[in-house]
Design a protein around this ligand. Structure first.
Ligand code: NAD
Length: 368
C-alpha cells in the first residue's frame, strides 16, 4: 500500500475551519483508494506568531515538517491582528513567500472554473458563459519583475526615482512552458501564451522560447495574446480558453481576474509546484486562491470547496493518486449539482439548499 506524508498548515481566519473539512475528505479517500497518508499539523502565519510571542510566522518545526513531507496543504494566513507588525514577520510575507522560495516553487497553477449551475454568481452576463468555463492559468512564480535586481529607490538629478527590473532567463521560460504544455495535454490541448512582445524584450524572449518548446508538443494548439488583449478576451469569452501560460506579473493580475469572473474565491484552489522528480511527481504547496477572510471567520459559513479542491490537486500532482483526485472533483461537482450552496454562492434559486462549512463538507463526503 502506498504511504504518503503531507504537512497540514491551517493558518488563520477561515483556514482552520475549511481545513477541518478537507481533513475529513483525506480520511475517506485514503480508505477508499487504498493508500496510507499521515497528515501532521503545523503552525503558520498569525497562529505561529501568537504561539512564538511574535517571533516568526514560519517556525523551524513547521519548515522541518514540510521538508520531511511529500507536499504541503496550506490554509491561509493573515488578518488585522498582525497587520501592524514589521513587514518581514507579517504572515504572508514572512511565511508564504519564504516557503515558495525555500522549495523552489516556480509554477503556480490556478484554475478559474465557473460551474454551469453557478453562472449567476459570475459578474459576466449569462449569455456569454451559458455553460460556464474552465481555464487553467499557469503563472511563473519565482522570476520576472518581482525578483529582478536592481530593485531600489534613489535620487537622480534631485528627483526621486524607483526602479524594478524585469529579468527572464531562457531556462526559466522553458521550464514553465513545459509545465503548461503538459497541463494542456491532460486537458483540451489548447495553450495560450500571454506576453507583451510588442514592447518588452523579456516578452520577445518569452515568445521565442515558448514557440521553441511547442515543437515537443505537436498535439497542443499554441496561440499568443498580448496581455492587454488577454485581459479583455477573458471577460469577453473565457470558454474559448483552456490553459494560459504567462510570467509572474501578468499572471498575478490575470489569475485574479479569472477568480473574479468565476464567481467566488471560495471555490478556487491553487498549486505551486517545483521541478518534477523522475516519476513525474512534484513537491508542491496547495492552497485556496482566497485569503483568510477575516470578515466571515469563526462563523462556520466559509465555503470549504477551495480547500477541498486544493487537496485534490495535491493528490494529483504530488502523490500521483489520480483516481482519488478525480473522485473528489466529481463529488464537489455532484454536491453543487444537487443544489448545496454556502452563502458566497447562494442565489436563492429554486432547488438550492443553503449550508454552512460543515454542511458543504458533509455533502461532499457523502458523494465520494
Ligand atoms: P480574502 O480572500 O480573505 O477575502 C476576500 C472576500 O472573499 C471576503 O469577502 C471573503 O469573505 C471572501 N472569501 C474568501 N474566501 C472565502 C471562502 N472560502 N468562502 C466564502 N467567502 C470567501 O481577501 P482579503 O480580505 O483581501 O484578505 C484577508 C486576509 O487574508 C489579509 O490578511 C490578507 O493578507 C490575507 N491573504 C492571505 C492569502 C494567503 O494566505 N495565501 C492570500 C490573500 C490574502
Amino acid at each position: 500500500m502506498p504511504q504518503h506524508r503531507i504537512a497540514v498548515l491551517p493558518g488563520d481566519g477561515i483556514g482552520p475551519e475549511v481545513m477541518g473539512e478537507a481533513r475529513k475528505v483525506i480520511e475517506v479517500v485514503a480508505a477508499r483508494f487504498d493508500f496510507a497518508i499521515s497528515s501532521e499539523e503545523f503552525l503558520v502565519g498569525g497562529a505561529a506568531l501568537d504561539a512564538t510571542g511574535n517571533t516568526t510566522p514560519l517556525p523551524e518545526e513547521t519548515l522541518n515538517g514540510c521538508e520531511s513531507s511529500d507536499a504541503i496543504l496550506f490554509g491561509s494566513v493573515g488578518g488585522p491582528k498582525w497587520e501592524e507588525l514589521p513587514p518581514d514577520i507579517q504572515p504572508e510575507r514572512g511565511a508564504l513567500l519564504p516557503l515558495r522560495k525555500h522549495f523552489g516553487l516556480f509554477a503556480n497553477l490556478r484554475p478559474g472554473v465557473c460551474h454551469p449551475s453557478l453562472i449567476d454568481a459570475s459578474p459576466v452576463k449569462n449569455s456569454l458563459i451559458p455553460d460556464g468555463f474552465n481555464v487553467l492559468c499557469v503563472r511563473e512564480l519565482t522570476g520576472g519583475i518581482y525578483f529582478g535586481s536592481p530593485k531600489e529607490r534613489r535620487e537622480e538629478n534631485g528627483e526621486e526615482v524607483a526602479i524594478d527590473t524585469m529579468v527572464y532567463r531562457r531556462s526559466e521560460i522553458e521550464r514553465i512552458a513545459h509545465v503548461a504544455f503538459q497541463a494542456a495535454q491532460g486537458r483540451r490541448k489548447k495553450l495560450c501564451s500571454v506576453d507583451k512582445a510588442n514592447v518588452l524584450q523579456n516578452s520577445r524572449l518569452w515568445r521565442e522560447t515558448v514557440v521553441e518548446v511547442a515543437k515537443g508538443y505537436p498535439d497542443v494548439e499554441l496561440s499568443h495574446l498580448y496581455v492587454d488583449n488577454a485581459a479583455m478576451q477573458l471577460i469577453r469569452y473565457a470558454p474559448d480558453y483552456d490553459v494560459i501560460v504567462t510570467g509572474n506579473l501578468f499572471g498575478d493580475i490575470l489569475s485574479d481576474e479569472m477568480a473574479m469572473i468565476s464567481g467566488s474565491l471560495g471555490m478556487l484552489p491553487s498549486a505551486s509546484l517545483g521541478e518534477p522528480d523522475e516519476d513525474g511527481r512534484n513537491f508542491g504547496l496547495y492552497e485556496p486562491s482566497g485569503g483568510s477572510a477575516p470578515d466571515i471567520a469563526g462563523q462556520g459559513i466559509a465555503n470549504p470547496i477551495a480547500q477541498i479542491l486544493s487537496l485534490a490537486m495535491l493528490l494529483r500532482y504530488s502523490l500521483a493518486e489520480t483516481a482519488a483526485a478525480d473522485s473528489i472533483e466529481a463529488a464537489v461537482e455532484k454536491a453543487i449539482g444537487d443544489g448545496f450552496r454556502t452563502g458566497d454562492i447562494f442565489s436563492g434559486a429554486e432547488g438550492e439548499k443553503q449550508v454552512g462549512t460543515a454542511g458543504m463538507g458533509a455533502a461532499i463526503v457523502e458523494r465520494l
